[in-house]
Design a protein around this ligand. Sequence first.
Ligand code: CA
Length: 444
Amino acid sequence: MKTITDETHDSERRSFVSTANDPLGDFPIQNLPFGIFSRGNDAKNSAGVAIGDQIFDLHAASRLGLLSGDVPEEVFAEPCLNALFALGRERLKQLRKKIGDALEVGTNGEKIRRSAADLLVPMAQCVMHRPTSVPNYTDFYAGIHHAKAAGALLTPENPLPTNYKWVPIAYHGRASSVQVSGGSVRRPTGQRAPTVDGGLPGFGPCERLDFELEMGFYVSGGNRLGDPITVSQSEEHIIGYSLLNDWSARDVQRWEMYPLGPFLSKSFATSVSPWVVTADALAPFRAPAMKRPEGDPRPLKYLLDEYDQERGGLDIGLKVFLSTRTMRAADAPATEILRSNASHLYWTPAQMVAHHTVNGCNLLSGDLIGTGTISGPAEAELSSMLELTRAGARPITLPNGERRGFLLDGDEIRFEGRCTREGYVSIGFGACVGRIEGATEKSL
Ligand code: CA
């Protein structure tokens, strides 16, 4: 299938939810991302759509017949979006259209306003949850500028692996510790390399705690074991995107990662933003796949598709903010430490899906796939502390004079993502936030 723009992207469309019409907001009627929310900590989870500063309750809307169609009502009452995503791209696309019609200025507005308490809930009164149950989580390494910069610091003898331009490199991550934005992240404890040749490994709380700026995408439908998904079929299997922070313990990683890759240095936490911005909402913001520099090999045939090369990339502006405990105590705003763009990925999401399944591996509805850290070629686009500070050798200085090589307890990292294109209404992702709390003393 091809992802195209239609009337749902019309810049003239307005919602009767007035905050959705704020040009600086993340959630206009042209976006309509899916998420899982509850009205307080102990209330039941249900599926919702973000509109302005409100959440449109899909279960309630379905009960009132506002989404008349072929999606069974109970799908909206599930505690996660797996069953909704299993319906596939085409049915979700139709559903997004119906939701847009329900929220547009017009006759539905009156009907919804009458039942407003049931249908629209202020986001500020809700608790957000993981969008899916995350049956599996895979993390790619498709940011070539990150691979080069991090490689030069972690493995100077071999900065860019020789397979990099042939293989979309990835590892199987840990699904159980994927958490929704807003939670705290406990500093992990682990081993690190001996400081002298032949010495004992160090052990204790991680001293080089880091973030990685990535996009995450969710699988719709999936494939049967043994039955690969081609690049052109991949479009049907990528339902939407969130921001993803692949928290990393660099000292643990450097010591443990040979020969099987990262383990405890990554599995302690991964944060995702709560809203899944659909591939359909992103249609106006597609971009060509990254142009391969002169001399780079042409990908093998199973990774090459003309449409994907022309339209398989994404133009998403990304920003990272840091706030420290001291800054918050002084009511100082978080400071922007870098900007990047999702177009800096060497492999497209469709190529990642095709590669993931070429051996017959089965993806499941609701699986989460990380793109890898999205650094750009410029200094200000380096998308982890490791790269920004040259592994701590050149700490960054914050506006209040504090310095950071890596993250300290109390530090809070916030990601933001936004798509902007002439002629279209700009859409955003909502934030992906995590705050570092001190290590447990149990294992010391
Ligand atoms: Ca990563």
